[in-house]
Ligand binder design. Sequence first.
Ligand SMILES: [Zn+2]
Ligand SMILES: [Zn+2]
Length: 459
Amino acid sequence: MNITFIGATRTVTGSLHLFEFNNQKFLLECGLYQGHREDAERINRTFPFKPKDIKAVVLSHAHLDHSGNLPNLVKRGFLGSIYCTPATKDIATIILLDSAKIQENDFEYLNKKQKEKGLPIKEPLYSIEDAEEAVTLFSEINYEETFEPVRGVKVTFYDAGHILGSSVILLEAEGNRILFSGDLGRENMPIIKDPVAVGDIDYLILESTYGGRIHKSFAGMTDELKGLIEQGKEKQSKIIIPAFAVERTQILVTMLKNLYEEGTLKDVPVYVDSPMATDVTEVFRNHPECYDKETYKMFADSDPFNFPGLQYVRDAEESKKLNEQQGPMIIMSASGMCEGGRVTHHLIHSIEDGKNMIIITGFQARGTLGRNILEGAEKVHIFNGEYVVRAQVHFMGGLSAHADGNDLVEYVQKVKNGRLKHVYLIHGDIDETMALQQHIIASNNIAVDIPQSGTQITV
Ligand SMILES: [Zn+2]
Ligand SMILES: [Zn+2]
């Protein structure tokens, strides 16, 4: 089998790998590269293969950096099946249609400017129609059921414990067992199961997002949140929680449900103000097969994603009304890095008041509004306005959906069984990846490489 690493090599986004077996080509993932506009345009619009020659795509999970270029692949001639778990299919459908809408809106705006300048108009990377076409190609495969995307290659999904429906992918051909980690989650996180360590592996392709870092554990996060809400109650705060629509919002809702049952949320209404998060929560409700034991049990008694005092807001007018409402109250809203979406309006209306609170719950990329707020900026720009940051800012570090350096090294130990020949590290900024490489080599006698885009191996 030939493997060509293409995307998410020495960087986090744009996951894309080409596999060839007996002249049959298939892809692992087809993610969107997210970064500076010019780089993103060039990388996302160029496939180093002919899409119509690809027989199948195997997808680890729904996140945009893994699935987001599928509509473009379809637009350029791909006609095969896209294999993934049922929950991944449902979440990816929401994500791809949303992404297409954003692309169309962006280009509408851009083309207005181009026309004004007398310049030629440009086409978005893909349209809503392309995304609709792509989702018809999804083929659902349950965890631990083996299938053949191309003749002679057996593939099995195992739970990756990263987001609902996420998989580590086992590929078997000619006696070789190759494991692709996708994005690897952490043990003991709410809602979903722990990552599965698949044994007797010959080759491991492993993500390294946080290869050089150690996370706070999840235990203690609910108490930390409780403490912040108690403070907020005393000061009548509006508590704004920017949260990713997939997984982070649902985890926070289950934490808040526990706090409601303890009595902490008495007289504190909670709003999930994001249509996308609301849709994704519905997908979570429809996939109890992905839950861990605690969530499964909770579902038997009541809906884990609902409690009295919690309201999912879809309507834009209702969202605006929240601006006039007095605290204490909690508003959870997307986008998670404050780069768009309804959370920006809530920040405009609350950031300058010292009694309010902003709780950052996840990774904030450099250059984003969320990162500026987290790093203690005195003033921030939102749309065309400048705002003084007077609200208190807190960071909850234990909610990450990615394995940290120790988890990743432990995972290597679990899968090696004296047979593992080679580890390839992908999906990480180079300093994180190199830190992990050192760490794995120090505790194992295994070759560990960091492929570049275009690196080809034969196994
Ligand atoms: Zn992911
Ligand atoms: Zn990823």
